[in-house]
Design a protein around this ligand. Structure first.
Ligand code: 9MR
Length: 384
């Protein structure tokens, strides 16, 4: 007996999910009408168009955040990345604390490894990120605060941009500068703000432009997705920042909207996000959805219900985002639940229970099977 779980999906009574609109999707792929989605990695890779191919139909790229050590250790992940992505974001390797944990001692192995992997497979690489308080090494923060010397930032930019500028066309120059709750005039009171004042963002963009004149220079931030007072303030703060930077002539080319969705903040309402993206677009800048995933709010619900909630949230968000012509890429923060930053490390649970307790907010489950979120993203990309 088939049980509908909504959004074009049903359980076929044998514990498998079947897509009830498979004819439409299969037609896109030129695939046989008979396919279903569950646990069929081989068929999946042979017959389903990739997320990148689906995104391309909307003029967008699709990518995921990855780590080269995980790609190298896990052929399943490697295949999935090569199957679905046309772009990659370094989940950690490009951050300052990873590249220069001790002053003057640079470690480029992982960042180079990922850049080489992307290059070898013709994948674009996002530069995430040049300046982020949270990933600034402690030695650099304390020097900044004591010596108040921009040279330190300039040197970091010089080293990273000169090494990777030919491989990376899009940089998150500043990450997470917004804090409309406890910040100063909407800006996070981080080490850079405290050292250089609010001008640090424009200065960082100018520095990046000098060193990578052809790159798309972006600011990347989170918390713009829901209809609540905190996120409404965050949206206003970001718009104010963009307005100021543009007025000052700062070389800002785009905004990265992280879009870490969260079911506890829902229900998702399209209007605020639609307006926010439209207002950003009016500044003539590009938008990329840079860290897309969904945090669940109830992991004790049945798996099919959980997956449906996640898939519906992802679809609802993407339908709004992709409607905005300035959005030209979507990047998920990881590709499978196995490697999601949203997993808390609950040790000592029995295997089945441990698997159930994983957050299920990415397109593939921890065993690399595509989930309803995968298909709802596909459908959102294909919708015209
Ligand atoms: O997912 C990343 C995690 O593995 C790292 O430990 C952490 C610190 O470098 O950064 C996480 O990625 C963050 C991203 O760089 C910026 N936005 C929030 C992401 C999740 O924390």
């Amino acid at each position: 007996m088939r049980v509908s779980i909504g959004a074009g999906w049903c359980y076929d009574g044998r514990g498998e999910i079947v897509h009830t609109r498979r004819s439409a999707l299969a037609a896109l792929a030129g695939a046989p009408l008979a396919w279903t989605c569950p646990a069929l990695s081989r068929e999946h890779s042979q017959t389903t168009p990739s997320l990148a191919a689906a995104a391309r139909t909307r003029g967008c790229y699709f990518g995921a955040a990855v780590r080269i050590d995980q790609i190298e250790a896990d052929p399943g992940l490697r295949n999935m990345v090569l199957r679905d992505c046309s772009a990659l974001a370094p989940e950690i390797h490009f951050k300052w604390d990873q590249l220069e944990p001790r002053e003057g001692h640079h470690i480029f192995n992982a960042a180079d490894g990922l850049a080489d992997f992307a290059h070898a497979h013709g994948l674009a690489l996002r530069g995430h990120t040049l300046l982020w308080d949270q990933s600034t090494p402690r030695w650099a923060k304390s020097q900044l605060l004591h010596e108040r010397d921009w040279t330190l930032v300039a040197r970091h930019f010089e080293i990273v941009l000169s090494r990777y500028r030919d491989r990376v066309r899009e940089w998150d120059v500043v990450n997470e500068p917004i804090d409309s709750e406890s910040g100063e005039a909407g800006l996070r009171a981080n080490a850079f703000l405290r050292t250089f004042g609010p001008g640090y963002i424009g200065r960082a963009l100018t520095e990046a432009r000098r060193l990578a004149p052809d790159a798309c220079l972006m600011i990347n931030d989170y918390g713009f997705d829901y209809d609540n007072p905190v996120e409404a303030k965050r949206r206003r703060s970001m718009l104010r920042l963009v307005e100021r930077l543009k007025r000052e002539g700062a070389p800002l080319d785009g905004i990265g909207v992280q879009a870490h969705l969260d079911l506890s903040k829902g229900p998702f309402r399209p209007a605020p996000v639609r307006e926010f993206l439209q207002e950003l677009a009016q500044f003539g800048i590009e938008i990329v959805i840079t860290e897309f995933d969904v945090r669940e709010s109830d992991r004790s619900a049945p798996l099919d219900l959980r997956d449906r909630r996640v898939a519906d949230e992802a679809r609802a968000y993407l339908e709004v985002a992709l409607d905005q012509p300035a959005v030209r890429g979507v990047v998920t923060w990881g590709l499978s639940d196995r490697h999601s930053w949203l997993q808390d490390q609950r040790r000592g649970l029995p295997r089945v229970e441990a698997a159930r307790s994983l957050n299920r907010g990415l397109p593939y489950d921890a065993a690399f099977n595509p989930k309803p979120m995968y298909w709802s993203m596909h459908e959102a990309f294909r919708k015209v």
